[in-house]
Design a protein around this ligand. Structure first.
Ligand code: FES
Length: 74
């Protein structure tokens, strides 16, 4: 709807991750992953961004959204 579009334009998707940066970019050297499975946040609510800390669960419950992490498997 237009309401959603206006809200997205005014606020954006990122509520508070590294707002001092022009663009939040992270890179991962896949060959240097230490764990067999690492979860990266895609909901922008994690307190350990870019890693997922499970905050998407609360976000999904509060909003009816269905977001979850990107899993990198070694
Ligand atoms: Fe953002 Fe899990 S905390 S995807």
């Amino acid at each position: 709807s237009s309401t959603v579009a206006v809200r997205a334009e005014g606020v954006g998707i990122n509520p508070d991750v590294r707002k001092n940066e022009d663009k939040v970019v992270d890179s991962v050297v896949v060959s240097e992953l230490s764990k067999p499975l690492t979860a990266y946040c895609r909901c922008w609510r994690s307190g350990t961004f870019p890693l997922c800390d499970g905050s998407h669960v609360r976000h999904n419950k509060a909003t009816g959204d269905n977001v979850g992490p990107l899993l990198l498997k070694k």
